[in-house]
Design a protein around this ligand. Structure first.
Ligand code: ADP
Length: 878
């Protein structure tokens, strides 16, 4: 996207170049536009540099115009002040030098050398002659070095009281001025004041006088020092301070020429003031201290114009530098400010672009180059235009939405399943929808403006409806939550029906209205009644029914569950014991039913836990199975009774054999006992025989006793007891029971027993009964075939890891197929004296031991019964 600045970025087709076109207004506009377009294309930083340079130049010119002049006046002022100050200083230094001369003069006048010198002299007034002239230093002066360093007089005079020169000493090279070299006229009083400036022979002099006394204290006259105010004096007066360029001089104020200067080469004595003024800045000052001076002499301080000019040039150069620095600083700061401004403008433009995108959905073209200010202006125009367009669009959209919303509202009202009535604050109907018309049987136009509650609610519901309206009216802010009330509505026909009422206040600009939603809840009421009656099922159930949630809390328990709850030690809404809580969780996780039993207080309950996975709870259906358990117990007892009876019957059948079996040991006992008696009667002979006989008695008696014990054990009625025993031992024991019968039938019972230890958890008596029954059936079958073919085998072996098998195999008649199908039916027998219960009971006993009994008839004849029992393992549950 390339940004095109306003004005389409087109250059004017023709530029105004001649006078005619210059006066042409449209051409001017085009020209201006082209310039503006050019301005738009120049980036802000570049523009800022141009403007900065232009402004810097302008500032330079203005400063150049104003500043030098101001500086010049300041310079002149300053120069004036400085010169005046300098002049004052030079004058002060001059005065100080004069004061130093005065002090020295006073010192000389008061010196004892002079007093001693004057003592013998006597200057009489009437004896005035020419003064004595010496070209030498006065002898009465102290050491010359002491004072000559202080004063540089040309002449020293001693005057009498009348002012006549009495002695004149020439100290320097300067000849005596004419005023003194002529007649010895008394010096005018002006020359005898303490210190005065005067001119002798057109040369300035400083006269310093002091009263002179002789050693006797007689005032002799005065000491007068004549000091030429020449170049040396002026130089020394300035103490070397103005050695450089400043010249001081003494000016004859009336005649306007210089009497002396500190630099005779540059400013010779006699130079005219006006001439000197051409080269020097001159400050002339009057002397006030030397009031005794008769001449109008002024002290002048001269500063060469060259120095002033050089200073001025330095100032101008400094001014130029300053201006240059100011202009550069101005351009830099201006450019920087503009640059920062342009960066800021860039940011603003980007934000405007983003804002425009968000607010108006129109992205401003990306800024590539050009002047940001103009771009900003364009964008603001575009943005305002966009805002206007968007506002119009939004207004249109809003209007169409309102229309749609109105249509929707109308449709909603018309198609709503509930009655919707709009009432005002007084409860009068404003709107009435189609459903309300159908349900209440009123026509809309007949109810508008009428009191809603009086018309459509039964008298009992009216007050509460009005209360609701009042509450909403006064606490509208607080009742934002939806509340529903059940009331009784009355239709046009006067039929009352239950409704659920909800009120929604609507705050309009001028008033508050309420929308009343009424939902006919007749059907719901009916359904609730049905649900309530359905809920009575578990309530009335004689069996416990409970509902428990995942954490094990009892949500529901019918009255029949009370014994269970009592047993668990918990109540409704409490949690189940830990064991049952864990079962509930397991059942919910597995999603399948789980059954268990609980017994307490001589009652047994079967409990089925059924998960309701969706709702995350478990239904517990209980059933009192105490009666069933009791019946089972009774059946078991009956069965044991039957087993016992069977055993008795078996024993009855075995009684003859048993009698014979018992008869043998008993007859042996009797024989042995008789033998012993006889031997004892033969007086103690054959004690070994007796001992042998007695041992036999003992053995036989044991044997008889053993037979009786076994019999008792078999016949005895005892509770079933499970013990672990070797099935081989049990089988061997049983063989011994039928040993006699086998012998009688001339059958030898082959035993393959005891090869391995085959432990089985069993009721020994019951398993013996089974094996005994099988062996006796085999013997019965063998009785039907010739003696030489009779074969009987009993063997025990390990069938596989967890099973053992005992087989009773005979070579008897075998069992035909039809009989084999009925073998285990009660009372099935082929024997005349048979009961047909032996195999039935055997099967019951074996299954009771979790085993199985099978029968096979090999092709070569005979029968094979197999008893399979679970092996006992050490880790089996005891
Ligand atoms: P009972 O011996 O009193 O008849 P059982 O239940 O012990 O009752 O036997 C049922 C029937 O099974 C017998 O009458 C007999 O016909 C048949 N039976 C049992 N064992 C054998 C066997 N080893 N050989 C042939 N038939 C047998």
């Amino acid at each position: 996207m390339v940004f095109t600045p306003a004005g389409n970025g087109k250059l004017p087709t023709k530029l105004a170049v001649d006078g005619e076109e210059t006066h042409n207004t449209p051409t001017m506009a085009v020209n201006l536009k082209s310039r503006l377009t050019l301005m738009r294309r120049i980036p802000m930083p570049l523009l800022s540099i141009f403007i900065g340079l232009f402004c810097g130049l302008f500032v330079w010119l203005v400063l150049d115009l104003v500043q030098p002049q101001a500086l010049r006046s300041i310079f002149a002022e300053e120069l004036k002040v400085r010169l005046e100050q300098q002049a004052r200083e030079t004058l002060v230094r001059f005065s100080n030098t004069v004061a130093a001369h005065s002090s020295t003069t006073r010192l000389l006048a008061n010196h004892r050398h002079l007093a001693n010198y004057l003592r013998p002299l006597d200057w009489r007034a009437d004896d005035v002659g020419p003064p004595r002239f010496y070209r030498k230093t006065p002898p009465w002066l102290p050491d010359a070095s002491l004072w000559l360093s202080l004063v540089q007089p040309s002449h020293i005079l001693l005057l009498d009281l009348q002012g006549h020169s009495r002695e004149i000493y020439q100290v320097g090279d300067l000849p005596m001025p004419k005023e003194f070299s002529g007649a010895n006229e008394p010096l005018s009083s002006e020359h005898r004041v303490l210190s005065s400036l005067t001119i002798f022979d057109r040369k300035p002099f400083l006269l310093i006088s002091e009263v002179a006394e002789d050693a006797a204290g007689r005032i002799m006259g005065s000491l007068l020092l004549l000091v030429p105010l020449n170049e040396q004096f002026l130089i020394s007066s300035q103490q070397g301070v103005t050695q450089s360029d400043v010249v001081v001089g003494l000016l004859e104020a009336d005649d306007k020429h210089f009497l002396a200067s500190s630099d005779e080469k540059r400013l010779p004595s006699g130079t005219r003031f006006d001439k000197a003024k051409l080269e020097y800045q001159i400050i002339a000052q009057s002397f006030f201290e030397y009031e005794g001076s008769a001449v109008n002499m002024q002290f002048a301080t001269l500063v060469p114009d060259s120095i002033v000019e050089a200073t001025r040039e330095r100032v101008a150069e400094f001014d130029l530098q300053q201006r240059l620095v100011a202009a550069i600083a101005f351009v830099s700061v201006f450019t920087l400010v503009f640059f920062l401004l342009s960066e800021r403008l860039n940011q603003i433009l980007r934000r405007i672009s983003v804002f425009s995108q968000r607010a108006l959905g129109k992205r401003q073209p990306e800024l590539k180059k050009g002047n940001q200010l103009f771009v900003l202006e364009d964008w603001i125009h575009q943005f305002i235009q966009g805002v206007r367009e968007t506002r119009d669009e939004v207004r249109l959209q809003h209007e169409s939405e309102i229309q749609e919303s109105e249509a929707l509202k109308r449709t909603l009202l018309e198609t709503a399943l509930d009655s919707i009535v709009t009432v005002d604050q007084g409860g009068e109907v404003i709107e009435f929808n189609n459903t309300a018309e159908q349900i209440f049987g009123y026509k809309r136009e007949n109810v508008i403006g009428r009191d809603f509650s009086a018309l459509m609610l039964d008298p009992e519901s009216r007050p509460s409806f009005r209360r609701m309206l009042g509450r909403y009216l006064h606490q509208m802010e607080d009742l934002l939550g939806e509340e529903r009330w059940e009331m009784t509505a009355v239709s046009f026909e006067g039929v009352a029906f239950p409704v659920e009422v909800a009120i929604k206040p609507i705050r309009l600009q001028t008033r508050v209205v309420f929308t009343v939603y009424m939902h006919d809840i007749s059907n719901r009421r009916k359904a609730e009644q049905e649900i309530r009656s359905l809920a009575k099922f578990p309530e009335e159930s004689p069996s416990p029914v409970l509902r428990v949630n995942r954490p094990g809390v009892i949500i529901y328990a019918n009255p029949s569950s009370d014994p269970l709850l009592h047993y668990w030690g918990c109540e409704r809404a409490q949690t189940l014991p830990l064991y049952w809580r864990n079962r509930v969780t397991e059942v919910l996780d597995s999603g399948s039913n789980w059954e268990s039993q609980v017994s307490f207080d001589r009652r047994t309950y079967s409990l089925q836990l059924s998960p309701v996975v969706d709702l995350d709870y478990v239904n517990i259906y209980g059933r009192d199975i105490s009666a069933e358990r009791q019946a089972e117990q009774q059946a078991r007892e009956h069965q044991q009774e039957l087993v016992h009876v069977c055993r008795l019957s078996t024993m009855g059948e075995m009684a003859t054999g048993l009698a014979h079996e018992l008869n043998q040991p008993l007859s042996a006992i009797a024989n042995y006992a008789n033998g012993c008696v006889r031997r004892l009667q033969l007086s103690g002979q054959g004690s070994d025989d007796i001992l042998h006989a007695l041992a036999q008695v003992n053995t036989q008696a044991d044997r008889a006793g053993e037979i009786i014990r076994r019999l008792r054990a078999l016949i005895g009625k005892q509770a079933p007891v499970r013990t672990v025993a070797d099935i081989g031992d049990v089988a061997r024991e049983v063989c011994s029971f039928v040993e006699f019968e086998a012998r009688k039938a001339n059958v030898f019972i082959e035993q393959e027993l005891g090869l391995n230890y085959l432990p089985v958890r069993l009721d020994v008596v019951q398993i013996e009964q089974v094996l005994l029954n099988l062996l006796r059936n085999a013997l019965d079958a063998l009785m039907e075939i010739p003696e030489d073919k009779r074969r009987l085998l009993i063997r025990a072996y390990c069938k596989n890891d967890d099973r053992v098998c005992v087989e009773v195999v005979d070579s008897g008649t075998g069992i035909d197929e039809e009989a084999r199908g009925r073998l285990f039916e009660p009372f099935f027998t082929t024997k005349e004296s048979g009961m047909g219960m032996g195999l039935v009971i055997s099967k019951t006993i074996i299954e009771d031991h979790n085993g199985a009994i099978t029968v096979e008839c090999p092709e070569e004849g005979g029968t094979c019964f197999s008893v399979i029992l679970p092996s006992y393992r050490d880790d089996d549950e005891q």
